[in-house]
Design a protein around this ligand. Structure first.
Ligand code: GLY
Length: 365
């Protein structure tokens, strides 16, 4: 199925449920004023408690929140962390009128929103994403869940947040690697939707980020994500556009974990996008010149990641474990040009190995 976005930024707006601001306290203060004072719950991990809570401490009535702090790290994106949140809600008198506010990166917003969505068959939740990755991707679109049986996000539900509040002041605490990790999802949004977004991303100085400019780019990136989510919230068809770069990207991510040198999610997606741009050329006629141009640019941001032909079978197996595949086929989202998406493209093993060759040659010199 082929899809070309019909809207450009001049006619796009953010839904009321997503606010990009540098005055988080005011927005949050207004949101919580419509919930009972004794029914406010704040979910954080140790990092967000330490580095991000101070930024919201001037919110009116912040002292009314009952706080639960879960451990940091992907290994705690687990059923036991969900249980910890459920137990806390249950013992603290949470009910259907409660509000759960999730403050943190993608792990906290995914877990906290899953716990809220399932507690007493669902209570309202607000996401306050504090990393660039969670601001432009995880906190928006309603995907919630946790890792299970060795698979990422194996258990979860899709449930839209009451509100997402994005404040770029949090980003000032992030290092360069975490900024570029989130930036990969913004690049993906440019590739699947718009030349205009891609052009502004290419101009931006990632080494000396201007946060005012970044705030505008985040808002536009989120608009693109919402555009696809709104058309297909349950990922039956065109929401799959958002999976561009992720089939091979997830294989890079799992491979790096096996080697005990974990890549950040966005870096793995960036590498996946290079290989999938090549597959797009092979399978959908994506222009050669633009492929080389874009791969060179993405490589210049994320650096080299040398791989060996001996690892191709492992990569292929890891792609087979991706839950987007139906049966034994390896299913890809590809692009015919910037802003034109092809979903449900099956690629052969030979084509995938050729794409890995392209990636290897770019990275091994
Ligand atoms: N991260 C892709 C999506 O939310 O559909």
């Amino acid at each position: 199925m082929q899809f070309k976005a019909t809207e450009d930024f001049s006619v796009m707006t953010l839904k009321k449920s997503v606010v990009v601001t540098d005055q988080l306290e005011n927005v949050l203060g207004t949101v919580i004023s419509s919930f009972p004072d004794d029914k406010l719950f704040l979910v954080m991990d140790r990092n967000s408690e330490r580095f991000c809570l101070p930024l919201i401490c001037d919110t009116p009535n912040i002292e009314r929140f009952k706080k639960v702090v879960i451990p940091n790290g992907e290994e705690h994106k687990s059923l036991s962390s969900v249980e910890q949140i459920w137990l806390f809600l249950s013992q603290s008198g949470a009910d259907r009128k409660s509000l759960v506010v999730n403050l943190g990166g993608g792990m906290v917003t995914d877990l906290g929103s899953f716990a809220a969505s399932t507690f007493k068959r669902g209570v309202e939740f607000v996401n306050i994403p504090t990393t660039l990755l969670s601001q432009v991707d995880a906190s928006v679109g309603g995907k919630t869940g946790f890792n299970f049986n060795g698979f990422k996000n194996e258990i979860g539900v899709i449930n839209q947040p009451h509100q997402v509040i994005i404040d770029t002041r949090f980003l000032k605490t992030l290092d360069h690697e975490n900024i570029i990790s989130g930036y990969a999802e913004m690049i993906k949004h440019g590739l699947i939707h718009s030349q205009e977004h891609l052009a502004e991303l290419r101009k931006f100085d990632l080494h000396r980020p201007d946060y005012a400019i970044l705030q505008g780019m985040i808002a536009r990136s989120v608009m693109i994500k919402e555009y696809f989510v709104e058309k297909d919230p349950r990922e039956k068809n065109i929401r799959k556009a958002l999976n561009f770069g992720h089939t091979i990207g997830h294989a890079f991510e799992s491979y790096s974990l096996k080697k005990s040198q974990p890549l950040l999610h966005g870096h793995a997606v960036a590498f996946g996008m290079i290989a999938e741009l090549y597959l797009s050329r092979l399978n959908c006629g994506f222009p050669d010149g633009i492929l080389h141009h874009l791969s060179g640019w993405i490589s210049s941001i994320y650096g080299k990641y040398p791989i060996e032909t001996a690892d191709y079978e492992t990569f292929y197996e890891l792609m087979g474990h991706d839950k987007k595949n139906e049966g034994k086929r390896i299913n890809f989202t590809l692009i015919t040009s910037v802003g034109e998406v092809e979903i449900n493209r099956d690629c052969t093993k030979e084509q995938i190995f050729e794409a890995l060759d392209y990636f290897r040659e770019l990275n091994n010199d």
